[in-house]
Design a protein. Structure first.
Lengths: 600, 199
C-alpha cells in the first residue's frame, strides 16, 4: 500500500509496526508530529511528558521492563534529556529503546543550530539516519532490532526537511499480532549505577562499540551505488538527495548508519574512486571521523557548515572543488524591497494584552531601535522564554530582552536582580514551558528570596508547536480526561504569597496587576489566563472601525494585531481574522471609541 | 510529463498545506513519484507559507531549485512576488486577487506593491499570469475557506491528470459536510481557467 507520509508520520507508523508499546515525548518543532501520529493508536501507551528528560526516563523504564519504547524530541530537547540518555547507554536496555531526535539546519524554529550527531559519539550508541519517509518507516524496524541485539538505546537522527517533507511510502509491514508482556528482571549490576557497577559496565560499553563497528560493515543500509569512478560521494540523510541531483554521474556511498562508521567499507569505496567528497549538513561529523581513518576526503572547505543545504548549494560547492563543470546559470532575480511577513502573534492572541501593558508600563516602544539595541536604560527588564510569546520581541510590542532555552527566564531574572540591576525585573514564561522547566526556577526564587515578578502566560495549551495538551490542561496525549495540575495551587504550594490570576483580555486589570506587582519588593506571580485564539470554537462579534470616528491615531496598530490593517491611509479590521467578542483589546484601547462590533 | 515543480504560496491560515497535500496525493494516484515540503513560520497564523511539490518519475531532493518552478499558485498577491525568483522562463503563475498587508505595511514602514508592479515582476519569467478573484468567489460559494480548493481547480487545468482523480482525492481529504461546496469551488476554478483571458 502506497501512502504519502511525512517523515514524522512514517517514524510513528514504522515504530507502531515494530511493536512499540510505550511512546513518550515533549512537543518541539520539527519532532512534534511523531508522537501526535502514534497517539492515534489506542492499543499502546502514549504520553506527553512534562519535559524531554521525563520522556527519556519513561522510555527507559518501559525498556527496562522488557517492552519496546519510543522517545522523540527536537535537538535541544536532547540537551534536557542528556542525563538519562547517557545513563541509558551505560545500563543498556532490555526491550528495544529508540530515541528520535530532529535537528533544525537553517534554524526555522529553534534557539540554536546544534548537530545532534555528536551525541551518538558521546554516548557511544548507534545512530541511524533516514533520507526520506520510506527510510524513516523502514529504519524503525531496524532500530528496534539493533537496540535489543546490542542492548543499547538507538539514536535516530532526523532534520526539519526529513521530518516535515512528505514522500511516498510503501507500507509493507503490519503490527505483530502479539508483543512480549512487560516483566522486570532484577539485575542490580546492570541497572543500579553505583560507581562499583559503572566500573563493571564500562568494558561492556566499549565491547558493544566494537561489535557495532563490525555490524556497520555489513549493514544493508550502508549502500554503494556505482557511478563514474572519477568522483565518489559519501553522504547521508537529506543531504544525500541533494548530492544525487548535484552529481548525477558520481559513485555514492550512502550511509544509513552514521555512527559507528563502517571503516572497511569506507576504505574500499575510497580506493575505487579518484576523488572523494563528503556532503553533510552542519558540522563535519562524517568528515572528521573519515579523516581519522586516514582517508583523504574533501568536505567542509567547500560545503557550508551553516544552514540548510540544497541541490544548488551542493552543485556550486562541487564546482568550486573542481569536481564538476560550471553549472549552467539559472536566470533568477531575487525580488528586492518587499515588505516582510514575519510570524506575528495571532489576532485575538491572549499574549497581546499583557505584552502591550509591559511595553507601555516599561515605556519600551520608545527606547529600542528596530534592531532591539537600547541607547537608554529601560524602565523594566523583561527576561523571556520559548513559545509563541517570544514573538513579542518584535515591534511594535518590543517587550522581551532575553530568550535562551526552556525555563531560563526565571533564573535569569533572579541573577539580574541579585547582581544588583537598578530596574525591576519581570520574567515571562508560558504555561507549558513553566511546567517543562520553570518550576525548579520558581522554587529557587522562593528559597533565595527573590523580589522579581514572574508572569505565567496560561493559554491552556502548548500553542507554538500546534496545540498539544500538557499537565495543566487535564487532557492526555490520547485525548482522554486525566488529572489536571492547577497552576495557582502549584505556585502557592511552592511558597509564593502574592499570586494573582488575571483575564488576558482585560487591559485595565492587566495594568493594575502589573503595577501592583512592580511596586511590591516581594516575589510575585501573575497568571495571565486566556484561551489561545486558534482554539476558539466559535467566533462572533467581529470588530470594525467606524471611519467617521477614527482619526488615524494608530494606537490600535501598536498592539500588533494582524487583523488590524492599514491600506491607503485607512485603518480597517479583517473580519476573517478578528477574534471578536473573545478579545476586544483594540476596542478597549481606542481613545476615540471608533472600534465596535461589526453589526452595530 | 517529464517533471513538474509546483510552488504553492500564501499566508498562514489560508489552507496552503492541505491544498498541496491533495495535489501530492493526486500525483501519486496518477502513478508519479512525489516529494513535497512545507516551510512554515514559527507561529500558527499570519506568516508566509510555502509548499513545494515535486512530481516526476523519480524525485530526489524535496526542495525545488530557484528558477525551476513550472507553475506558481499564490493565494495572496504579495507572496506571489516574494517567490517569483523560483519561476523558470516560460512558466505559469496563478494569483489570487487578495492583498493581505503585513504589519510593516500597516505601520507605514513598507509599501504594498501595486498590481502593475506585481504583474511586471511575474511577467519577467512567466509566460502566462492569471489573476483570479478566488476570495470573492469562495465567499459567494458559501465559505472563504474553499479558496484553496478553488485554486486547486485552477491548477488542475494545466496538469495532464484526469479530473476524476482530482475529485477522488479531494473527497478523500475533506469531510462530507463541506465536500459539495468545495467541489463547486474546484469546478469554479477550472471554469475560470478555461475561459480565462490573459490579463
Amino acid at each position: 500500500m502506497k501512502k504519502l507520509l511525512s517523515g514524522n508520520e512514517a517514524f510513528a507508523l514504522g515504530a507502531y509496526h515494530a511493536g512499540v508499546m510505550v511512546a513518550a515525548a515533549y512537543p518541539g518543532t520539527p519532532s512534534t508530529e511523531i508522537l501526535e501520529s502514534i497517539a492515534g493508536f489506542d492499543d499502546i501507551y502514549v504520553e506527553w511528558s512534562t519535559n524531554e528528560k521525563v520522556a527519556m526516563e519513561v522510555g527507559m523504564g518501559a525498556a527496562y521492563a522488557g517492552v519496546r519504547a519510543l522517545v522523540s524530541m527536537k535537538q535541544v530537547g536532547l540537551n534536557v534529556a542528556s542525563d538519562p540518555f547517557m545513563a541509558a547507554s551505560i545500563t543498556g536496555i532490555n526491550g528495544g529503546m529508540v530515541v528520535i531526535v530532529a535537528d533544525d539546519p537553517g534554524v526555522f524554529s529553534t534557539q540554536n543550530e546544534q548537530d545532534t550527531r555528536h551525541y551518538a559519539k558521546l554516548a557511544k550508541v548507534p545512530m541511524l539516519e533516514p533520507s526520506d519517509s520510506q527510510e524513516a518507516y523502514d529504519l524503525m524496524a531496524v532500530a528496534f532490532e539493533l537496540s535489543e541485539k546490542f542492548d543499547t538505546p538507538v539514536l535516530v537522527r532526523s532534520s526539519t526537511r526529513i521530518s516535515h517533507s512528505k514522500s511516498v511510502v510503501e507500507v509493507n509491514r503490519s503490527r505483530p499480532s502479539s508483543t512480549k508482556p512487560a516483566a522486570f528482571k532484577h539485575d542490580v549490576e546492570k541497572y543500579v549505577m553505583l560507581p562499583v557497577n559503572v566500573r563493571l559496565r564500562r568494558p561492556v560499553i566499549e565491547e558493544r562499540l566494537v561489535k557495532l563497528n563490525a555490524f556497520a560493515e555489513t549493514f544493508p543500509g550502508n549502500q554503494i551505488f556505482r557511478g563514474k569512478r572519477n568522483l565518489g560521494v559519501v553522504s547521508s540523510s537529506v543531504a544525500y538527495q541533494y548530492a544525487r541531483e548535484a552529481f548525477p554521474e558520481a559513485s555514492f556511498l550512502k550511509l544509513g548508519m552514521t555512527y559507528p562508521l563502517p571503516q572497511n567499507l569506507l576504505h574500499k569505496f575510497a580506493e575505487g574512486v579518484e576523488k572523494l567528497i563528503v556532503v553533510e549538513e552542519l558540522d563535519p561529523f562524517l568528515e572528521d571521523n573519515i579523516l581519522a581513518m586516514g582517508i583523504r576526503v574533501m568536505g567542509k572547505e567547500f560545503i557550508p557548515r551553516i544552514g540548510e543545504l540544497n541541490s544548488s548549494i551542493v552543485e556550486e560547492a562541487g564546482y568550486r572543488a573542481g569536481l564538476i563543470a560550471e553549472p549552467s546559470p539559472r536566470k533568477t532575480v531575487l525580488p528586492q524591497g518587499l515588505p516582510g511577513r514575519p510570524p506575528v502573534l495571532c489576532a485575538g492572541c491572549p499574549h497581546t494584552g499583557i505584552f502591550f501593558v509591559l511595553s507601555t508600563v516599561g515605556q519600551r516602544s520608545k527606547l529600542l531601535d528596530a534592531r532591539g539595541k537600547s541607547e537608554q536604560e529601560g524602565k523594566l527588564i523583561i527576561t523571556g522564554d520559548i513559545g509563541c510569546y517570544t514573538l513579542a520581541t518584535y515591534p511594535p510590542l518590543r517587550a522581551m530582552d532575553t530568550t535562551a532555552c526552556m525555563g531560563a527566564d526565571i533564573g535569569q531574572a533572579l541573577g539580574m536582580e541579585k547582581a544588583g540591576v537598578g530596574n525591576k525585573v519581570v520574567a515571562v514564561i508560558g504555561d507549558s514551558t513553566f511546567l517543562h522547566s520553570g518550576i525548579t526556577g520558581l522554587v529557587d526564587a522562593v528559597y533565595n528570596k527573590a523580589g522579581v515578578t514572574i508572569i505565567i502566560l496560561d493559554n491552556g495549551t502548548t500553542a507554538m508547536t500546534g496545540h498539544q495538551d500538557h499537565p495543566g490542561t487535564g487532557i492526555s496525549a490520547q485525548g482522554k480526561k486525566t488529572n489536571m495540575v492547577e497552576l495557582e495551587r502549584l505556585v502557592s504550594g511552592i511558597g509564593v504569597k502574592d499570586v494573582k490570576v488575571v483575564n488576558a483580555f482585560d487591559i485595565k486589570a492587566l495594568r493594575a496587576a502589573v503595577r501592583d506587582s512592580l511596586e511590591t519588593p516581594e516575589l510575585s506571580v501573575i497568571i495571565v489566563r486566556g484561551t489561545c485564539s486558534v482554539r476558539l470554537r466559535e467566533r462572533s462579534g467581529y470588530r470594525a472601525v467606524d471611519v467617521d470616528k477614527c482619526d488615524n491615531c494608530q494606537v490600535c496598530l501598536r498592539i500588533g494585531c494582524p487583523a488590524i490593517q492599514k491600506l491607503d491611509e485607512q485603518i480597517f479590521i479583517d473580519a476573517t481574522l478578528c477574534a471578536g467578542n473573545a478579545c476586544t483589546i483594540c476596542e478597549q484601547l481606542c481613545p476615540r471609541k471608533a472600534i465596535g462590533p461589526l453589526s452595530a | 510529463m517529464k517533471k513538474l515543480d509546483i510552488l504553492m504560496v500564501g499566508v498562514g491560515g489560508q489552507g496552503n498545506v492541505l491544498a498541496s497535500d491533495i495535489l501530492s496525493e493526486v500525483a501519486i494516484a496518477a502513478g508519479y513519484d512525489v516529494k513535497k515540503t512545507d516551510t512554515l513560520g514559527m507561529a500558527q497564523r499570519g506568516g508566509s507559507v510555502v509548499s513545494q511539490v515535486r512530481i516526476a518519475d523519480k524525485v530526489w531532493s524535496p526542495l525545488i531549485r530557484e528558477g525551476e518552478v513550472d507553475i506558481l499558485v499564490s493565494l495572496e498577491k504579495l507572496e506571489a512576488v516574494r517567490w517569483s525568483h523560483y519561476l523558470r522562463e516560460g512558466s505559469i503563475a496563478i494569483v489570487n486577487n487578495q492583498s493581505t498587508p503585513p504589519l510593516s505595511v500597516s505601520l507605514g514602514v513598507h509599501r504594498y506593491p501595486s498590481d502593475k508592479e506585481i504583474k511586471k515582476t511575474l511577467k519577467q519569467w512567466a509566460d502566462r499570469v492569471y489573476f483570479v478573484d478566488g476570495t470573492t468567489e469562495a465567499k459567494e460559494l458559501g465559505d472563504i475557506r474553499a479558496l484553496n480548493v478553488l485554486m486547486l481547480g485552477c491548477l488542475s487545468f494545466f496538469i495532464p491528470i484526469d479530473v476524476a482523480i482530482w475529485k477522488d482525492c479531494i473527497s478523500q481529504r475533506l469531510s462530507p459536510k463541506i465536500l459539495k461546496m468545495n467541489m463547486a469551488a474546484f469546478d469554479k476554478g477550472r471554469e475560470e481557467m478555461s475561459g480565462a483571458n490573459l490579463r
